[in-house]
Design a protein around this ligand. Sequence first.
Ligand code: SF4
Ligand code: SF4
Length: 199
Amino acid sequence: MTAQTPNPTPQSPRKEQRTLTWAERLYLPEVLRGLRNTWRHLFRKPFTIDYDGTERASPLKYHTPRPGYRGEHYLKKDEDGHVKCVACFMCAAACPAECIHIEAAPTPPDWKDRERYPVRFEIDLLRCIYCGYCEEACPVDAIALSPTYNLCSVTREEKIYNCEKLLADGERYGLSLSTHRYRPDGVPGATPAAQGSAH
Ligand code: SF4
Ligand code: SF4
């Protein structure tokens, strides 16, 4: 038969019940003290910022993430205002989440610098893992990730960004124009190093 071990956590002594004073039983002084605190904080300068950023001139100024932060995507345009994308599917192939969906079509006759463009370009941001591979894979600098991190939605459909939305976001961020050039023969795929030889 083993000896019983003493309880290592002895019970704390019971607190003595304090008798409330007459004023405390009224509760009114405590209520007034609470209101005084509230009023004092009402007139202090707030040290928080509005989450919706309505007082900021640019959505990029809500909060500046660290350099290299990968936020929501946008698409760029060329100098003629056309979508820069040439529908090569490189970004979709590189995407590990398979959340980029593109449909290609022949370009209109007045688009002389490429053969195809995307009639449908969608990114499902609910599946995206923000790895940035799509941006790295793009041969013509058409897609990029922005510093935007705080765009909310109330439906799942809102987080499927189409071409118009992605282009509009590029404009909104002031990052829309891509000066990356195509190869001199008009074939897309010029590397940045080849830009100098483009005409
Ligand atoms: S950031 Fe990554 S997961 Fe998101 S669309 Fe681009 S490649 Fe796909
Ligand atoms: S890699 Fe670039 S050019 Fe190719 S489909 Fe994607 S965004 Fe368009």
